[in-house]
Design a protein around this ligand. Structure first.
Ligand code: ZN
Ligand code: ZN
Length: 236
């Protein structure tokens, strides 16, 4: 057994399916695949441990009714050159301090960055160069869990995760219990511009994926102890 807690899951948040629109998106939008990231003042475009600028896979404004995350802006970045599964590092019953920067064996640091920020009002001057920019739309839906407590297996915000394995709970380094916020379905990929280097282990040459195509459940710190205090749970 590892040190992960198995505490009760918090009450499910309202649910929104995230729909990827037909592109291309030719101007900044707060809800987008690729596109122009809306970053807080002083927040640099994040980089991988390998030095590559991380690719902006998607970003969106979290609706006001999504509990402690209402009004946040969520941004999900992932390396083009590194594609692996995440592995949580625990110490003393909590994720290690600054787990968002902690080594990811065999790597000296993480190959992704997930941000929840509250002050981003302006788009970056530069658009994400690799991932094709597409609009995103959020549509409210009833994510009624199955008798086993499993929600819809789709790209969604809030609702109930469709755990591919046992439900996971994680405790932030600050002591707060991380709360599930967003699910990216297994095998989801994002179209990239022609002629770019391929991502290792990606299913197709012209798309980038995340975490080896695992289903991803983003669990975020409800105390907002750091903009990067989000753990991407991987299951398949
Ligand atoms: Zn990298
Ligand atoms: Zn925290």
């Amino acid at each position: 057994m590892d040190e992960r807690g198995a505490g009760a899951q918090p009450v499910a948040l309202p649910a929104y399916v995230i729909e990827v629109g037909d592109g291309p998106l030719d101007r900044p939008a707060r809800d987008s695949v690729g596109g122009w990231p809306f970053l807080d003042d002083g927040q640099e475009w994040p980089a991988c441990f390998c030095g590559e600028k991380l690719a902006l896979l998607f970003q969106l404004d979290v609706p006001a009714d999504l509990g402690p995350f209402g009004g946040d802006h969520l941004l999900v970045f992932h390396c083009r050159a590194h594609n692996d599964a995440s592995e949580p590092e625990y110490a003393g019953g909590r994720l290690v301090p600054r787990y968002w920067d902690a080594p990811q064996s065999p790597y000296p640091g993480p190959f992704w960055r997930i941000l929840l920020q509250r002050q981003a009002t302006l788009p970056a001057a530069e658009a994400e160069p690799s991932v094709c920019a597409l609009p995103l739309t959020l549509r409210s839906f009833a994510d009624t869990p199955s008798p086993r407590g499993i929600g819809a297996q789709t790209f969604k915000l809030g609702g109930t995760p469709s755990w591919a394995q046992d439900p996971e709970s994680h405790t932030c380094a600050c002591g707060a219990d991380l709360q599930y916020l967003c699910q990216v379905p297994e095998g989801m990929d994002f179209a990239v511009r022609p002629g770019l280097p391929e991502q290792p282990y990606s299913v197709r040459a012209d798309t980038y994926g995340m975490f080896l195509g695992n289903e991803v459940y983003l669990m975020a710190c409800p105390a907002h102890c750091d903009p990067a205090a989000v753990w991407p749970v991987n299951q398949n």
